[in-house]
Design a protein around this ligand. Sequence first.
Ligand code: PSU
Ligand code: MN
Length: 303
Amino acid sequence: MNKYIMLSNEVKNGMEKGLPIIALESTIISHGMPYPQNVAMAREVEQIIRDNGAVPATIAIIDGKIRVGLSDDELEMFGISKSIAKVSRRDLANVVSSKTLGATTVATTMIAAKLAGIKFFVTGGLGGVHRGWETHLDISADLEELANTDVTVICAGAKSILDLPATLEYLETKGVPVIGYKTKNLPAFFTRDSGLPLALSSDDISHIANMIKTKWELKLQGGVVVANPIPEADALAPEYIDSIIENAVKEAEEQNIIGKDITPFLLGKIVELTGGKSLEANIKLVKHNAKVGAQLAVEFFKN
Ligand code: PSU
Ligand code: MN
């Protein structure tokens, strides 16, 4: 094992027993949701993964180590503290070597998962190509990581804070399969349908597991996205949430928020403008992803 990786006992035992391990990110806790709902979400998601036959491994950087599997107190700390760095690929070596606290994004959670030998990762939404890239280029390192790192990410698509058509095109260029689970179109996080058709879709978990296995056996390096729409009952009305997102994006522009701050700013604004409705939907979709992700990993490692 890489010297910077430190496994929790639960993860270590799970690996020894040959159970499927599911990586979870910590930026969704520290920068993606308010306290205390973030911590409650993190605990519930871990439990759903256990209940579905897999082992949760929430990933974060503590004291010079990439920790794979956090204690209850550590989850609490990442939820409540305001002084945790959001760590993407660029920032990883600095935060590890300076022994400060860091929350992992999709990109760095994939990197850690790969180092620990974990093949599946459940989250809410991906980073992507930001709206307005024509004049101000901003592309999440998540996309490049998906191009390079062999981890499957189960998510609810991406929020339309992003330019979703450009994000899909970028993933196509990089050869990243985006598979709609029980949907022919890309889900848009709070809503089930972005209107953008996907090249790949399946209603059958075992078919998806097989495709992933085949991709890696073909030595096609890089990740896979399994796009799992928010359950019907939890989805928000598209006109409602789209206008909120428009307003949030406008406010970010007015305040000249850029770089790594933009995604957390927009996520926080959306929670504020919806009076918490978006947060409820966000939690529901992550839990649904946890269930589907665990089922997929169990299927993948069968026999
Ligand atoms: N999108 C969400 N919730 C999140 C994030 C994105 O709906 O919490 C977080 C993830 O950690 C993702 C990161 O990897 O934001 C992307 O940030 P950036 O755009 O700066 O790469
Ligand atoms: Mn960016």
